[in-house]
Design a protein around this ligand. Structure first.
Ligand code: GTB
Length: 214
């Protein structure tokens, strides 16, 4: 059955791979599933046809026959459940990998999103310069703990899993801030993720969309 995902017609990041369709592309590439991409504009995202797929009017979405999904974590989990390569077979190891998926999205990503918002949406406010260091420190708390847990391992729990895919994707959003480089262990972990052939294919595919002449 054909898999169709949605992505920005033109990502605000110009193709740095930070929009969430890259995570879904990466998951599909890891499990060698072909997929099609429907590009949507910001305006089209808020129109009824897209809202029927995504109640919050965002990307990415995932369609496979009758099945329509939204939320990147749920999509990555679905892909990992249906296809070998992103979750271990052993039940306990699988549960731990799923735990890391949640940790990436629920513990590590929220302060990173807060930092992005503080810069992009509040950077011109008179109180912004005073607030920014506090927001940055809130990003560092889970990063300190994550780098200790990762130690000198390649991945979070044995073999590469969907937990690593989401964690690396979340950490990538920190790169422009310079904070990732404060953690050599995590910077190397992210680099290992980016070096995976599946990540490269996903990145190149979104880059091609975002740099195509329109
Ligand atoms: N929780 C949802 C999920 O994980 O799928 C969040 C989905 C979401 O926020 N999607 C964003 C969106 O559609 C795109 S990824 N926004 C349109 C809107 O809100 O109208 C977030 C994103 C956007 C841009 C960059 N960037 O330019 O660097 C990075 C990430």
């Amino acid at each position: 059955m054909t898999i169709t995902i949605t992505a920005f017609e033109r990502s605000p990041d110009g193709g740095k791979g930070l929009a969430r369709d890259t995570r879904v592309r990466w998951a599909l590439e890891e499990v060698s599933q072909p997929y099609e991409v429907r590009l949507v504009s910001f305006r089209a995202m808020k129109e009824p046809a897209h809202l029927a797929l995504h109640p919050f009017g965002r990307i990415p979405t995932y369609e496979e026959g009758e099945l329509v999904l939204f939320e990147t974590g749920a999509i990555a989990f679905h892909i990992a459940e249906r296809h070998a390569g992103l979750l271990p077979a052993d039940a306990n190891a699988r549960a731990r990998a799923i735990t890391w998926m949640f940790a990436a999205l629920n513990t590590v990503e929220p302060p990173i999103l807060e930092l992005a918002n503080a810069r992009l949406l509040e950077g011109d406010k008179p109180w912004s310069a005073e607030r920014l260091p506090l927001v940055k420190d809130r990003v560092r708390v889970p990063l300190n703990q994550l780098s200790v847990r990762l130690g000198d391992a390649d991945w979070l729990d044995g073999a590469f899993s969907a937990g690593d895919l989401l964690m690396v994707s979340v950490l990538l959003r920190l790169r422009p801030s310079g904070i990732l480089d404060e953690y050599p262990t995590l910077a190397a972990y992210v680099a290992r993720g980016e070096a995976r052939p599946a990540y490269k294919r996903a990145f190149d595919a979104q880059l091609a969309v975002n740099t195509a002449k329109k």
